[in-house]
Ligand binder design. Structure first.
Ligand code: NAP
Length: 321
């Protein structure tokens, strides 16, 4: 691993060395095998739950509008069914406001038949995401996005960690993208995706301890910010943001971004797209996660694993019998 550390000398020499070992073919970092490993373990834990224990139950709360979250919801339903997890959706009525959302979440928090709750994010004003999620006890905040769970992540005592952050890290580790002790970059600093991912990467957990640069919309010269990164995690939602003008040659790109782009050839007239321009990065990046088929399926698998953990936490606390 030590030879993977960039030299302390100039950036020019470092980039030249990266170029020397630049791949002619960019590895496609598929999420499928990573998700399958997680699902196997989840299935085992669902089956081996305490006798008479209720099936792990997830409720996804969303605005009934067209957004990338709708795509995610369909995948949740399918995965839950395959894994023996009970799943249902709760749609906020179109006229629903913050008070209605709080009442709904408080009810789910009290419901002993519900172990895990996921709230769509980001939520536009007038919704206050953090205030809404505070209606849930940390054990039911399965995506780890409430203040208590985020605080525990910072304190290196995680309870639930956002599924997308777990997924991005799992995929990077599976394909041996450089992380430990290495310069990595996270683009995006939302409280639910970019920041928790950056905190986890910089944390002390096994295989982490990356040296993390965080870029965002106010970053001047994205290319300069990414120049030393050996692995780049992009969490923005802007198709085409990453091409070979900003990604250093030989870097791994974990594309977390998910947007819907018009495509007359696709059913429904649109298709999902990540932040990376795959054509530009082909033969330049060491590896790239496809969209769809990269981080997405692993996020769903990590979410489902979290539901089983939430069920076990609730049982251990005696709250859900
Ligand atoms: P978000 O709240 O809109 O945050 C986007 C972030 O990108 C912000 O920090 C923003 O900076 C930054 N940004 C915007 N334009 C930029 C630019 N030109 N250069 C650099 N940074 C820029 O979105 P989110 O909830 O964090 O989600 C991020 C993406 O991940 C979305 O596409 C979402 O759909 C996707 N996602 C995917 C999965 C999955 O499983 N694949 C799961 C969850 C989310 P500022 O903070 O300065 O505004």
């Amino acid at each position: 691993m030590r030879d993977r550390h960039p030299p302390s000398g100039s950036l020019v020499i470092y980039r030249a060395r990266l170029r020397e070992r630049a791949p002619s073919v960019t590895e496609r970092l598929e999420g499928k095998p990573v998700a399958a490993g997680t699902d196997e373990e989840t299935q085992r834990r669902v089956r081996s739950g305490p006798t008479g224990a209720p099936p792990p139950t997830l409720v996804s709360v969303h605005r009934a509008t067209d957004s990338p979250f709708r795509f995610y919801l369909r995948r949740q339903a399918k995965a839950a069914e395959a894994l023996g997890i009970r799943f249902r959706e709760e749609a906020l009525s179109p006229s629903g406001d913050m008070a209605a959302l709080r009442t709904l979440l408080a009810g789910l928090d009290r419901d002993p038949g519900v172990h895990a709750v996921l709230l769509e994010h980001p939520l536009p004003p007038p919704f206050d995401f953090l205030a809404a999620i505070a209606e849930l006890r940390p054990e039911k905040d399965v995506d780890g996005v409430g203040s208590t769970n985020l605080g525990r992540l910072v304190a290196q005592r995680p309870l639930h960690v956002p599924a997308v952050a777990q997924a991005a890290i799992a995929i990077a580790r599976y394909y041996r993208a450089p992380i430990e002790g290495e310069p990595v970059a996270v683009i995006g600093r939302s409280e639910t995706v970019g920041l928790p991912l950056a905190i986890a990467l910089a944390g002390r957990a096994e295989g982490m301890s990356a040296t993390v640069t965080i870029a965002h919309s106010r970053t001047r010269q994205l290319g300069a910010a990414l120049a030393r990164a050996r692995t780049i995690f992009s969490c923005v939602g802007r198709p085409g943001l990453l091409d070979r003008t900003v990604v250093p040659e030989g870097a791994y790109v974990i594309d977390v971004g998910l947007s819907s782009v018009p495509d007359p050839a696709s059913p429904g007239g649109s298709r999902p797209a990540g932040d990376a321009n795959a054509g530009s990065l082909e033969g330049w990046a060491a590896g790239l996660t496809p969209v769809p088929g990269g981080v997405g399926p692993v996020t769903v698998a990590k979410l489902m694993a979290g539901v089983v953990r939430a069920r076990d936490l609730m049982l251990a606390s005696g709250a859900n019998r």
